[in-house]
Write a protein that binds this ligand. Structure first.
Ligand code: SIN
Length: 493
């Protein structure tokens, strides 16, 4: 990411962003609390209340009542409020980035990129909600006129992941507010501080606090079961694993709750012989190392055509081996830690299994000798199809490369997975790029582009990668119901 980290002075001031959060404490947790840790240092940075399912239901009550008032506000008022939110978030970008880096481990420059990305969803929906969504249609029989319009869906339940603790919140809450809905928000227990700060700033910008109720809990199953049994919840938006998404869909089925699911990925990254080498390597670095590889759209399986494979792997390995790994708030660091010890263990297992099955380790392959949950940028070549890493969602800075000969062969491999979120194609041949993109069973395709995500684009997956879309006008429709009025017509003189 190209953004510069904040200056040292601003960084020091940012420490206050943590300690000034409401209810902040850094004490050892009681049995009604839980702690948040910095993955760069393994140190506790905050202790929060572990809210019970009963407390969550009180929040449902508050949000539902405020939502009825908000649903009646004018589009102009909601748009102006969201524009203010954009301004306030950007005025506080250093504080937000600092909190993201501390609790999630993303390097500061990249965390600033996340703040911009997150705020851009707010700005997009401030603009988009003013576009007319209704329509006028003639009844073909001539006896009536049909008007269509959109109504807010009602109270929404937003369950967010830890990997983009700000952007995944704004991608949900901005369209909810735009549509006229209140929200119950459950951030990941690993990264709740960014949500608390974001919501504070949104309140400062004019969004009623009652409209955005945050529940911090380490008992997600009890929480979801209680809340999704409450008929006042009319919409569920979840980002996380396919396993949890499937459980939530069963719970949502009880009250027929409209659901959108952004689930696991297994993105193929395909480099053809006719690709621009430099562009392909640049794209590979972004698609693999953005967020330390901890993204649902991260390049997960690299397929490189025989004629370019040696040159690509050499250049990519050189770049990967030069990335500086370290504490996310240290200047010059390009790769922070992964989220916790379990993630380090999983990566080590995948790498060891791959090399035991014949993959060639080009660089990295282990945890560097420093405290914190670090894993070195790793490149594996000639990964056999039977290795676990060829099928698992890696979620870390490990690139698993195999080689291919024909377009037909690579398309079969790329689509041979139950997942279908993102795919990447690198080629200078436009026909090939579009033909391959058409054949990939994924919701989004980066063509010569390592970061396809954008607030103006509909983000979401096919197959077991999800349901529905976030971002763009499709993302707003997820928080709306379509209604029509059928007006009878009688002939008059
Ligand atoms: C995700 O990893 O779930 C989101 C990534 C993105 O928005 O680009």
């Amino acid at each position: 990411m190209s953004l510069m980290p904040p200056s040292r002075e601003r960084l020091a001031a940012s420490e206050q962003a943590l300690t000034s959060l409401p209810g902040y404490s850094n004490d050892t947790p009681t049995d009604k609390e839980f702690s948040v840790f910095d993955p760069s240092t393994e140190q506790r940075i905050a202790t929060l209340r572990n809210m019970t399912a009963q407390e969550a239901l009180v929040e449902v009550e508050t949000a539902e009542s405020e939502g009825r008032t908000w649903a009646k506000t004018t589009p102009r008022h909601r748009s102006d409020t969201l524009q203010n939110v954009y301004t306030v978030l950007m005025e506080n970008q250093s504080r937000l980035a600092y909190v993201i880096s501390r609790e999630m481990g993303k390097p500061l420059g990249e965390a600033l990129g996340e703040v911009q990305y997150a705020a851009d969803y707010v700005r997009w929906y401030a603009e988009e909600l003013l576009r007319p969504a209704g329509g006028y249609r003639d009844n073909p029989a001539g006896a009536s006129t049909i008007l269509t319009c959109r109504a807010p869906v009602g109270l929404t339940l937003l369950i967010a992941p830890w990997n983009f603790p700000m952007a995944m919140i704004t991608r949900k809450i901005a369209p909810a507010i735009a549509a006229g809905c209140a929200s119950l928000i459950k951030p990941a227990a690993l990264t709740p501080l960014t949500t608390l700060l974001t919501v504070d700033l949104m309140e400062e910008a004019g969004v009623p606090r009652e409209l955005m109720r945050v529940v911090t809990t380490i008992e997600p199953a009890a929480f979801s079961e209680a809340v999704l049994s409450d008929p006042r919840i009319r919409k569920l938006s979840f980002t996380g694993s396919t396993g949890v998404g499937s459980t939530l869909m069963s719970l949502a089925a009880k009250n027929i709750v409209k659901s959108s699911m952004e689930l696991g990925g297994n993105a193929p990254f395909i480099v053809f012989d006719d690709a621009d080498l430099e562009r392909a390597v640049e794209g590979a670095m972004l698609a693999k190392l953005r967020n330390g590889g901890q993204s649902c759209v991260a390049a997960n399986r690299f397929y490189v055509q025989d004629g370019i494979a040696d040159a690509f792997i050499e250049a990519f390995t050189e770049k990967m081996s030069k990335v500086v790994t370290g504490n996310a708030i240290t200047e010059g660091v390009g790769l922070g830690p992964v989220i916790n010890q379990a993630a380090v263990d999983k990566l080590q297992h995948l790498v060891d299994d791959a090399t035991a099955q014949g993959a060639e380790l080009k660089t990295g392959g282990k945890k560097p000798a420093q405290s914190g949950y670090f894993f070195s940028p790793t490149v594996l070549d000639r990964v056999p199809a039977e290795a676990n890493i060829a099928n698992a969602e890696i979620f870390g800075p490990v690139a698993a490369i195999s080689r291919f000969t024909t377009q037909e062969e690579v398309l079969w491999k790329a689509n041979n997975t139950p997942f279908g979120l993102a795919g990447y194609v690198f080629t200078e041949n436009l026909d090939r790029a579009l033909n391959v993109a058409d054949e990939l069973e994924t919701g989004l395709v980066g063509i010569n582009n390592g970061i396809p995500s954008n607030p103006a684009a509909p983000f979401g997956g096919m197959k077991q990668s999800g349901l529905g879309r976030e971002g763009s006008h499709e993302g707003l429709e997820e928080y709306q119901e379509v209604r029509y009025y059928n007006i009878a017509r009688r002939h008059t003189d």
